[in-house]
Design a protein around this ligand. Sequence first.
Ligand code: BGC
Length: 840
Amino acid sequence: MSHGTAPSADPLDRSRFPADPWALRETRYSGHDLGQMETLFAVGNGYLGLRGNLEEGRDSFAHGTFINGFHETWPIRHAEEAYGFARVGQTIINAPDAKVIRIYVDDEPLLLSVADLHEYERSLDFRSGVLTRSLVWQTPSGRRVRITSTRMVSFTERHLAVMTYEVTVLDGDEVPLSISCQILNRQDGQDEYHVPGAAMGEGFDPRKSETLAGRVLQPEESWEKDGRIALGYRATSSGMTIGVMAAHEIETENSYEVFASADADLCKRVYRVHARAGVPIKVTKLVSYHTSRGVPARELIDRCELTLDRASKRGADAEFARQRAWLDDFWARSDVEITGQPELQQAVRWNLFQLAQATARAEGNGIPAKGVTGSGYSGHYFWDTEIYVLPFLTYTSPLFARNALRFRYTMLPAARARAVELNQDGALFPWRTINGLEASAYYAAGTAQYHIDADIAHAVRQYVNATGDEDFLAREGIDLLVETARLWADLGFWRENGDDTFHIHGVTGPDEYTTVVNDNMFTNVMARANLRGALRAIELLRRDHPDGLAAAIGRLGITEDELSEWHRAAEHMAIPYDSRLGIHPQDAQFLEKELWDLPNTPPDKRPLLLHFHPLVIYRFQVLKQADVVLALFLQGDEFSLAQKLADFDYYDPLTTGDSTLSAVVQSIVASEVGYQELALDYFRLAAYVDLADLHHNASDGVHVASIGGVWNALVCGFGGFRDYLGNFSLEPRLPEVWEGLTFRVTLKGTRVRVELTAGQAVLTVEDGEHATLTVCGDEVRVEAGSPITVSLPEAPRLIGSPEVRDIEGSRRADGTRMVASVPTTPTVVVPEPEVDPYSI
Ligand code: BGC
């Protein structure tokens, strides 16, 4: 394992975060890790996300409110322009902040960083979907005040957030107490001190968001009326619009007065209460957000009214109950249980809960790399969705998977135009985007990742195979498969050397530490699957949906000639292989390079991307993330176990894991080839990426791909679940130190619970009629009401982990020896000029 060391069995400070299998609880406030805590305690529903900022504002790393897809555009100015470079920058906007509920007692504000707190607990409950904080504050004048607040973003009402703030003064009478409920535009620098948030684009780190210059949100609406306050804006350049409204209610037996005001960037509703000891005051704030590509903000405010009228009528308690019911269903479909491991169980459920928060109501949008928890990666959608997150959705919540794929379908026109711009047939999907246009300014590690096309096609096939949703295939999926297959057939070319081979040159694979190469193994293997998958889909439609096929032929102009060309290209695809080393080189030139000596790379030089120029990194055999090894997982039926082991042994010691997308894949394949302890180490790295801030950037938002990968590592790694062409199989490899592992997969509409214990699997139909799976080579049909118990053979077991020194000295095909080293840093360092390469 070259990713440094796996976290200790339990990396959380349990005196502050007690192990609770159904909640993340914090029992002590700290101002030292505000950014990470804001991410860990964020609430969202895939459309709307509220970072875990304190209600009272002030102390924060970044006050953040994000709406999936609500972005500003800006012209990308390349220092050196070239034809076809990405032109339109897209950055998620920090939406107006409706979380703010400030309190003043005797006119003194509550500031958690300096407050005298007698009690404190914050908890994000995975079953209720509610963030709760309760504390007792002793004010500077000596009064004790109990405050309990709740915050929830609704899964059932996409545009709704519910907040309550309950205050009881414990001593004193007629205590002057004021509660100020606000909506505040923070995007345009409007905060308590009129300074931009710490998180937005400071310092050099390509994983952060850009800082947007100039005013972004142009005021269109601002008012207060009948207990409601509202703001509406139009984004200066993208023209997108937003409306946000809050409805308030106060319940108390204390006397009080109400004040309200509305300015362009701040609306308030203030309750001035004369509080008596022991008499509670409860303020309920229902908030609605609506956004659009351009309808007037006024119209969005009307939609907010509709949402709030409905929610106010039902009341906050009913909304909490609906949230709970929604989550009951979610957990019934998606829970993964690890017996006897409460700490890890908590981490797993936190991860699964994040998947709900990132995807559930994304609907017409993609799934951003940070979900709706932060501004990292500017709110962009990557291949993370299709390869890392969609398997979870496809096998547990197929409707959400369908929505995500339909979103890609809506991007087809832009992808076709992009293919034309890059002189190709078919469609080329952008490497990173919000609005469908390529937003990656660095083409070598961006646009060159043509594999995104094959990744989308992979997810389409996986979804259709798992669900049997041939209606989606006939109407939309086929377009995605055909247009991506066309791209490969056109991008590749033939080499006639007696044994004709089809090659794909000038592309970048998933590993961004090696770019623009010929015949990247991952790309070619996935392109081959894409071509074959498109052909199979056409055959399926020909057989079962002739009308659907006729319509697709009409729409897409499919010809028999191109189908035979796809077939020939797939069957003759060049897959690099080195018979001397017995491995698949990552690309045609990969083995020409020398090895990067990772074990001897100082920790302060990691991650490499923040310490070495790309050219230095590109010169070596060193990986940011799994590449060949990912192909071995996704197209596992194309490779023997011995082949997988040889490739894993070669690449594992060269894989830095500088991307969080790596550990989960390494875990799955380590598990399959027999490195059981290593698989568990990698799994822990993934499960705690955010919870223990292992990549030191959890403050920018959760790592959604890694989180999706956690589910994959559990189900496909330890559970050994595979779906090759709709043939479902299980080869469980339960870690020795676990008593049991239970997960659910929904296969063609039937939900099967798989319970693994040492040497045994029990399969039960939880919902639906029956399902057929191959368990360790034997076909098993499980019917509703008749669970089946299967004895499992012992899984392969290898001790330790592969090492760089095992490959150092290996000889290339030309007989030369491979040498490992670390680039040295000169002792005289030229100071960097003070420019921020990401400011615009
Ligand atoms: C990874 C990409 C990934 C992106 C967003 C990068 O660090 O290398 O593969 O798509 O992060 O998560």
